[in-house]
Design a protein around this ligand. Structure first.
Ligand code: HEC
Ligand code: HEC
Length: 230
């Protein structure tokens, strides 16, 4: 074990803290919602972190698959170990090695939100072959699924029933592709009536590739207001 891969060496100090963290957090008294954790992760963490299962591409922080893959493979890390590290990091972020500009703000998520995010990252970070669930309906449907849109929006074509944001089957028919795109990349420019600002993530223009935004907008324009499979 002299030449541990870099990610393991980076994580070593945290592993040492782990027993304490598990003791404090009381360990497994609730039943976390992994799907909800994924939506929260794409919104709150994916801006800074790559994680394949979430389809996120932020580069301010370390790639979370790389951070945990080697350690999982070496056999020392199970889901619970990863969960403990993630929880410790969100509650009490370590300063970035040598780069004070790139640090992680503490307490980005708390309470049940934290539990769900932690369970989600623990299940998928660094798991070989982890990828967003594959969906039918073409590339735009995949972008919709990858970015957690369905967690907040109803869209029959995507079999999604989220109610945090407007029902896209109701509000999108009649809108131009330019209007739909503006709502996605600049959600606070015009707030949908009856809904709060600052809930829809504001960073999709950074986290989704331009080509994928185009596919997403075309998909929404074609499928909103139509039944699934049509
Ligand atoms: C503003 C950018 C930013 C956001 C948002 C962010 N992080 Fe981080 N994260 C970082 C940076 C930078 C580091 C590396 C420095 C450090 O360890 O604090 C990091 C480190 C980590 C690590 C340690 C990885 C390793 O190699 O040891 C984990 C785990 C982590 N973040 C999880 C999360 C989770 C979960 C969220 C969402 C709740 C999140 N981060 C949100 C920037 C961010
Ligand atoms: C965390 C919840 C959440 C997520 C995730 C989310 N949205 Fe939203 N969205 C909202 C809310 C709330 C509104 C209404 C307020 C506003 O206009 O910003 C909204 C508004 C919209 C609108 C404008 C609807 C109208 O009335 O014209 C569109 C289009 C939209 N979202 C598409 C998307 C797409 C596509 C994604 C995924 C890339 C997505 N949203 C992800 C919460 C969310």
């Amino acid at each position: 074990m002299q030449n541990l891969p870099k990610p393991i060496r980076l994580l070593a100090p945290l592993v040492a803290m782990l027993a304490a963290v598990v003791a404090i957090s009381g360990c497994g008294t609730t039943n976390p919602d992994i799907a909800r954790g994924r939506v929260l992760f794409t919104k709150n963490c994916g801006t800074c972190h790559v994680m394949a299962q979430a389809g996120t591409s932020g580069v301010t922080g370390p790639n979370l698959d790389d951070a945990f893959a080697a350690a999982r493979e070496a056999g020392g890390f199970d889901d619970a170990t990863v969960e403990g590290i993630v929880e410790a990091q969100v509650e009490n972020p370590r300063p970035s090695n040598g780069n004070p500009m790139a640090s992680m703000p503490p307490h980005i998520v708390e309470g049940t939100d934290l539990e769900d995010v932690v369970a989600y990252v623990g299940k998928y970070a660094g798991v070989p072959g982890a990828a967003p669930p594959e969906v039918e309906g073409g590339p735009g449907a995949q972008v919709f699924a990858n970015n957690g849109c369905g967690g907040c929006h109803t869209l029959a074509a995507a079999n999604s029933g989220g109610t945090t944001g407007p029902d896209l089957d109701e509000v999108l028919p009649g809108q131009s592709e330019a209007e739909i795109e503006e709502s996605i990349v600049n959600p606070n420019a015009k707030i949908a009536k009856g809904y709060p600002p600052n809930v829809m993530p504001e960073n999709f223009e950074q986290t989704i590739q331009p080509e994928e935004i185009k596919e997403l907008v075309e998909y929404l324009s074609e499928s909103a207001g139509k039944k699934s499979g049509g």
